[in-house]
Design a protein around this ligand. Structure first.
Ligand SMILES: Cc1cc2nc3c(=O)[nH]c(=O)nc-3n(C[C@H](O)[C@H](O)[C@H](O)COP(=O)(O)OP(=O)(O)OC[C@H]3O[C@@H](n4cnc5c(N)ncnc54)[C@H](O)[C@@H]3O)c2cc1C
Length: 484
């Protein structure tokens, strides 16, 4: 039986039962999944060794501080924590970290689409001002209303009995991409091509419509919930992974990239190389917990090859990961606050696509960093193929199109982070299923292969979120703690 969230919360608060059978457990990857699982297993009395390929812990929680000035920073990985992600919130409480609201959206948010600049509030009152070629019966409705009308029957069905009905929704609709579902709606009114275009531009679906309907629905539901609260950790979200260091600093080996796994009947050996000196290292233990994305596991030699099942090898090869790129621009003055933007976002059909105004230090004088561009899937491609100075210049030009030429005088410095070009994610920002993958691949993603166990966001029921990484870390620690 899978652990309930109540049981998981209790494990975070009180730990696992102390083991009568201590083991040597190698954890590969020091992102949130690896840190959570290592922390719980060490606390339960196991010997834990963590191998991490980079020079830092946190993985896809990554707070960029340089080249920014004035002690400011930008979260180029995970940036917002929904208030219902109770496992992450519990760890934040456990470590006594301070949080502030992440202002995801406000009535003053700017929309700049089809050559029209307006606010979210004005758009909601006059949806047709953006002049998208929607069908006559779709006029007068916002993108959110059109989308909700199309998917409401599925949402209502899920809400009657979430655990049981989600499974049913996956069984019935996993074969649909989001776009196919909206265009050829099997449960309600289909949307016109103009309405689908509007939803893609304003709701951030562009890039996503080819992915599976249930996967995108899972992402969208929290964002469509009215008054949904989000948080961020004061000083940068990397304070969360760093908080594990007081317990785990002696167990972590940084700059150790796993290149091979050798399983034998009574032990398992991880072969790694030091990423700077190239010196090889072999670490042998009773069990291994792999928390790295499958995009990186592809490059690891498995010995013997058939110690991993056919279905696992297929999942490692095929599981879809979404690329994503963020560009941050720092300005001398927080000019956006003068326009009434205190946090919140900009949605546009310009290449930058989505921008977010900082939620911290609102009202302070001095500089601030705007997340000037947040793109994913196909929208990242054009950014990833141009050099860093061009990314910054183009993002600045796009932002000036929205806010006016005067922002050039305020510009201080910029930086970008492309997850598809980052060496240790192998093209991955987060996993998200293509049609049929949840049915076909998910059951083999998290199952152990001999002495090798699997955690990480991609093995969880909350993929693409920190919550999923934490959930997977608790699940696997609980599973291996009770092995004889
Ligand atoms: C752009 C972006 C935006 C996001 N936004 C949000 C958000 O707003 N809110 C939210 O909750 N979540 C968000 N997420 C998702 C969240 O960051 C991830 O789900 C979570 O951090 C994944 O944790 P993990 O432990 O599964 O994997 P990772 O954090 O990727 O950890 C895996 C670790 O393994 C290491 N590694 C890789 N290969 C090897 C190897 N061969 N040998 C040794 N070590 C290796 C990596 O360096 C890494 O440290 C976002 C992610 C991205 C990229």
């Amino acid at each position: 039986m899978p652990l309930t969230s109540k049981q998981m919360l209790s494990i975070i608060r009180n730990g696992l039962a102390r083991t009568p059978h201590p083991k040597k457990i190698i954890v590969v990857g020091a992102g949130m999944a690896g840190l959570v699982t290592a922390s719980l297993l060490k606390e339960a009395g196991h010997e834990v060794v963590i191998l991490e390929a980079t020079q830092r812990v946190g993985g896809r929680i990554y707070t960029l501080r340089e080249p920014f000035v004035d002690d400011l920073y930008l979260d180029v990985g995970a940036m917002r924590i929904p208030s219902h992600h109770e496992l992450v919130i519990e760890y934040i409480k456990k470590f006594g970290l301070e949080i502030n609201a992440f202002v995801n959206t406000t009535p003053n948010d700017i929309i700049f689409a089809n050559g029209v600049k307006t606010t979210r509030k004005n758009y909601q009152q006059h949806p047709d001002i953006l002049r998208y070629p929607v069908a006559p019966h779709e006029k007068g409705k916002t993108a959110g209303q059109l989308l909700l009308a199309a998917i409401q029957p599925v949402i209502d069905y899920i809400q009657q009995d979430p655990l049981k009905h989600w499974q049913q929704v996956i069984r019935q609709f996993d074969r649909y991409s989001m776009e196919t579902f909206l265009r050829y709606n099997p449960v309600g009114a289909s949307l016109s091509s103009g309405a689908v275009e509007l939803c893609k531009v304003l709701l951030g679906l562009e890039g996503f419509p080819n992915l599976s309907f249930p996967a995108i629905l899972r992402e969208l539901l929290p964002l469509l919930t009215p008054n949904m609260l989000f948080y961020e950790i004061k000083g940068g979200n990397d304070h969360l992974p760093q908080a594990f260091m007081s317990q785990l600093k002696d167990n972590i080996f940084l700059n150790q990239q796993m290149i091979k796994i050798s399983q034998e009947p009574h032990q398992v050996t991880i072969h790694s190389i030091h990423t700077q000196s190239q010196r090889p290292l072999q670490t042998t233990g009773d069990l291994v917990i792999l928390t790295i994305p499958f995009t990186m596991l592809k490059f690891v030699e498995i010995e013997p090859r058939h110690s991993f099942s056919h279905n696992k090898r297929k999942a490692i090869r095929e599981l879809h990961y979404v690329p994503s790129t963020k560009i941050g621009l720092q300005f001398r003055h927080r000019f956006w606050e003068g326009e009434g933007l205190k946090g919140g976002s900009l949605a546009t059909d310009l290449p930058i696509r989505f921008a977010y105004y900082p939620s911290h230090l609102i009202g302070s004088t001095g500089s601030g960093i705007v997340l000037a561009s947040y793109t994913w899937e196909d929208d990242t491609l054009s950014w990833d193929n141009i050099p860093e100075p061009d990314r910054i210049r183009n993002a600045l030009d796009n932002l000036a199109t929205v806010h006016g030429e005067q922002i050039y005088d305020d510009f201080l410095v910029g930086a970008s982070h492309s997850w598809s070009q980052y060496r240790y994610t192998g093209g991955a920002a987060f996993s998200m299923f293509k049609p049929n993958q949840e049915t076909d691949l998910y059951p083999s993603i998290y199952t152990p292969e001999g002495r090798v166990y699997f955690a990480g966001e991609h093995t969880s029921t909350h993929p693409a979120w920190i919550e999923g990484a934490v959930q997977s870390g608790i699940r696997v620690a609980n599973d291996v703690n009770y092995l004889l």
